[in-house]
Design a binder for this molecule. Structure first.
Ligand code: ADP
Ligand code: SF4
Length: 711
């Protein structure tokens, strides 16, 4: 970074750039990228490596891996994280450590032994935990842990020592032991819920902390002279290892680890979506802990504001600003603060779409940063763009998330961009949806892009410009992106009903589009039918209750807003609606809408019943708003004569999906302008597993097999 840029830093933020000692190593600043999943893990090691490298470039002082399964007797298949089971895993991790350190950051590895959270579906090993207990996973696998005996504990310590040495060989600077979110064996031993042992590892806090102490002392013996040992703990486990005991434990062992990395509670608490959790929400749980230890304290809180970060440091709450999601949405936050470019920060909106990549074992995407996990696969850099190709002009039609991102990326590449919007404001669906209960932070999708476009001299925005087919042909831009969005259906068709249902015209009928444009149902009793299963049904129920309506939410699913399991908010949504007095009718489809009622049928028995109501709101499915596209395609033979080289539809007008899909489509449009790709080739790079020999397996004890005496 140039001295010139650095001098632009607001001196108020200098404190964020203080070096901080962590045991035998020193972080160059206070920006600590805490471990976070990405859906790539061991399957996509190069994609993960380049993702972490962008964070190094972006100025983070400490960069971590996601959780690394440190032994095959505890793995979390089908979730895809990293592995350090034997020496074969070292090269991939070494490459990651190298990338993390490429700009002076410290490279951290989070070692996880998953205990009661690991079903071992892949290795088929018997899971181990402090006591015999059902495995506590998302999927309620019908598997039980075996209670660890003394030999098991001794094995566990030995396996940790092996992992410490391997982490050192791989080149990491910090080892963090995972004892947070209910996911790590250290927490399982610390918690009186999962540890009801009666030996010296159970009972008193001192006893429950014994394993933690042994593992850290072993680490200090093995690698503590050159590597820092950090402990990641949850600040509060309801009914178990609660905040007062966490504080007692830290006071008892204050100087044992070289750093305390403190998460909120469960993963759902710690990665709380903005709909329910504000920036800096964990402060009441972490405040005062710094006084209990001389070692640095890290905390998280979806921090995107440098003022909030400075406040945490100056008030003595934290030493390091921990961040996962903010570092995903903008890997360059530290550098932008350092260079005085606060307005360029692409703030996380707290939607948790990134989490869904892990939950669906696919690969993560980010609503705000479409380059996330595409750094290696597609060569997309969050801040750098290839110069434009041989064309010059681009017309983007529609200023929703897809159109805004397409215009931004095309303009960053140097094209002359015209953005035409039918309405009087930018943002498309986000402009309206961010007014719904709890979704105000989603407006950042529009705000970031609006600011960026305002800084680009080669973008012209035209409001109140609903373009028709002839307009597009008359203008003759070389490339056209049609980003005209979608509309909610009013015929009941979605997943349960694949054909339109019978609807009596006397029943007032509403879709989310109506409610978003301020057209609210009349009457008191409203049936809201949700066959969409993401956030919209639940949010609209909340909106209607707030307007005084009595809402019955009917869904064919067993859960309200079922897909939000993947964004870690389903439980919060359903409990909120129940507490608001919404009547929830699950496992029922909507069969027919009558003049004064809705007929619903049980998805199991087919039995029907009537629910009397004054209005019905259908949250079902969306259809592309693609008449402009269709008409232009019908006149494709006229394109070349007016100078049009390509017309593409992007975002919801192509295939309605969450906002992250639209920003991705817009980004891709901008990146691929004038890009020639051979037909029928993959649009990204992937890694294919190297084939191993088919030789018979030697029937002897292998390096990683559990100790034969431990059975
Ligand atoms: P996406 O999520 O794909 O970005 P949105 O529905 O959020 O789609 O945004 C679509 C935007 O396109 C809206 O702001 C809408 O006003 C605008 N729009 C729709 N049709 C036209 C048109 N023919 N000309 C210009 N703008 C249009
Ligand atoms: Fe933030 Fe959403 Fe991006 Fe995750 S996907 S980092 S929550 S903006």
């Amino acid at each position: 970074m140039s001295q010139e840029n650095r001098s632009k830093r607001d001196p108020r933020y200098d404190i964020l750039f203080d070096p901080v000692k962590i045991g035998p190593v020193v972080a160059k600043n206070r920006f600590y990228q805490v471990p976070h999943c990405n859906g790539g893990g061991y399957r996509d090691p190069s994609a993960v490596t380049e993702m972490r490298r962008t964070k190094a470039q972006g100025g983070w002082g400490v960069i971590f891996t996601e959780q690394v399964e440190m032994h095959p007797t505890s793995e979390i298949a089908p979730f895809i994280e990293l592995r350090l089971w034997d020496d074969k895993d070292i090269p991939a991790l070494a490459r990651m450590a190298d990338a993390m350190k490429s700009h002076g950051a410290l490279a951290g590895i989070e070692l996880a032994y998953s205990g009661v959270n690991g079903s071992n579906l892949y290795t088929k090993e018997v899971p181990r935990g402090p006591m015999s207990s059902p495995i506590l996973t998302f999927f309620k696998d019908p598997v039980t842990t075996r209670a660890m005996d003394k030999q098991d504990i001794s094995d566990l310590r030995r396996w940790h020592k092996q992992a410490y040495r391997r982490a050192k060989t791989a080149g990491f600077d910090i080892i963090e032991l995972y004892g947070a979110h209910g996911f790590g064996i250290i927490q399982h031993f610390l918690s009186p819920l999962t540890n009801q042992r009666t030996d010296e590892y159970g009972g008193s806090l001192e006893n429950r902390a014994r394993l933690m102490r042994e593992l850290i002392l072993d680490a200090k013996d093995e690698i503590g002279d050159t590597m820092a040992i950090a402990l990641r703990l949850s600040l509060h486990e309801t009914g178990g290892f609660e905040n007062n005991e966490v504080r007692d434990m830290i006071e008892m062992h204050g100087d044992l680890p070289d750093l305390w990395d403190l998460g909120h509670g469960s993963w759902e608490d710690c990665s709380g979506p903005s709909r329910f959790v504000e920036e800096g929400a964990q402060e009441p749980l972490v405040r005062g802990i710094k006084a209990l230890t001389s070692k640095p304290v890290v905390g998280v809180g979806r921090f995107t504001s440098p003022d909030a970060m400075v406040s945490q440091i100056k008030r003595g709450v934290l030493d390091f600003i921990g961040a996962a999601r903010p570092s995903i949405a903008d890997p360059f936050i530290p550098r932008k603060i350092d260079e005085g470019r606060i307005d360029d920060i692409r703030e996380c909106i707290g939607c948790n779409i990134c989490v869904t990549g892990d939950m669906t074992m696919s690969i993560s995407r980010c609503t705000q940063n479409p380059t996330f996990m595409e750094e290696w696969r597609k060569g997309w850099h969050p801040e750098e763009f290839a110069p434009k190709g041989q064309s010059n002009t681009v017309l983007v039609i529609g200023a929703g998330p897809a159109g805004l991102e397409a215009a931004r990326v095309a303009a960053m590449r140097g094209y002359d961009v015209a953005l035409a919007e039918a309405g009087t404001e930018l943002g498309g669906r986000v402009r309206l949806e961010c007014r719904l209960p709890g979704l105000s932070a989603w407006g950042r999708v529009r705000d970031y892009r609006t600011h960026q476009l305002s800084q680009l001299p080669n973008v012209n925005i035209y409001f109140e410009s609903r373009l028709a087919t002839q307009d597009v042909l008359d203008f003759g831009f070389e490339h056209v992106a049609i980003a005209t969005g979608s509309k909610w259906r009013r015929d009941g068709v979605a997943r349960r009903n694949l054909l339109p249902i019978e609807i009596d015209g006397d029943m007032p009928l509403f879709t989310p589009d109506d409610l978003l444009s301020g057209d609210l149902p009349e009457g008191k009793e409203i049936v809201l039918y949700d066959d969409d299963h993401y956030y919209m049904g639940g949010v609209l129920a909340e909106l209607l209750v707030g307007k005084g309506a009595k809402v019955t939410l009917v869904t064919p699913s067993t859960l309200v807003s079922e897909w939000t399991i993947n964004t870690l908010e389903q439980h919060r949504i359903q409990s909120k609606l129940l507490n608001l007095g919404v009547t929830v009718v699950t496992t029922h489809g909507l069969q027919r809408i009558n003049a004064g009622s809705a007929t619903v049928d049980c998805t199991y028995t087919g039995r029907t019943r009537e629910i009397d109501c004054d209005s019905v709101v259908l949250v079902t499915a969306r259809l592309p708003d693609d008449s402009l596209w269709q008409e232009l395609v019908a006149r494709e033979d006229e394109w070349a004569a007016v100078g049009i080289k390509s017309i593409r539809r992007i975002g919801d007008v192509e295939a309605p999906a969450p906002i992250a899909w639209a920003t991705y489509a817009g980004h891709r449009f901008g990146r691929e302008l004038d890009l020639e790709r051979a037909p029928d080739t993959l649009s990204f790079r992937r890694e294919v597993v190297a084939l191993a020999p088919l030789d018979p397996v030697p029937q002897s004890v292998s390096e990683t097999a559990p100790s034969p005496v431990a059975g």
